[in-house]
Design a protein around this ligand. Structure first.
Ligand SMILES: [Zn+2]
Length: 161
């Protein structure tokens, strides 16, 4: 498997939850609610692996790499992507990306986020990250809740997390 920086995705509008999960795993995933594989196929997204549920895309002669997603279940969809590309746990960069806007998040001083996070969070956490684009603030537990369980099942990593 190549490094995660070489894998990036463009998710169709019906695949918002899958896009969020790919961002949690650290993969560059563009997702715009209006994006349709059929209409927007040539709009500068050629280097991205298209994730689509549009069956008609299968009949098109696409120059772009794509994965046709069969399942309705976001977790199973994620498994389809992981299995198709042979992604393994060490290819991921967990919780390194803003799940809202896909930007890399960066660690910031605790003092700089006081007043911008709930008081009890500020008092009980020492590490914070911030998205430079949408300004969303993350802390250990903020977008990791329940995610670990799912990631453990996904990669069968019962002993490593
Ligand atoms: Zn953001």
């Amino acid at each position: 498997m190549t490094s995660e920086s070489e894998i990036c995705f463009a998710a169709e509008s019906t695949l918002g939850k899958l896009a969020k999960w790919l961002r949690i795993l650290g993969f560059d995933t563009s997702y715009e609610p209006g994006f349709s594989a059929e209409k927007d196929i040539d709009s500068g997204r050629k280097k991205r692996i298209l994730l689509t549920r549009t069956e008609r895309v299968l009949d098109c002669k696409l120059s772009q790499e794509f994965i046709f997603i069969k399942s309705n279940n976001p977790f199973e969809q994620l498994r389809e992507v992981i299995n198709t590309l042979g992604i393994i746990y060490t290819d991921t960069r967990l919780f390194s990306r803003c799940i809202r806007c896909n930007t890399h998040i960066e660690q910031v001083d605790k003092d700089s986020v006081q007043g911008n996070v709930p008081d009890f969070i500020w008092e009980t956490r020492d590490i914070f990250w911030k998205c430079g684009r949408c300004r969303r603030i993350y802390w250990p537990g903020s977008h990791t809740e329940r995610s670990h369980d799912i990631i453990i099942r996904l990669f069968d990593r019962h002993d490593k997390l």
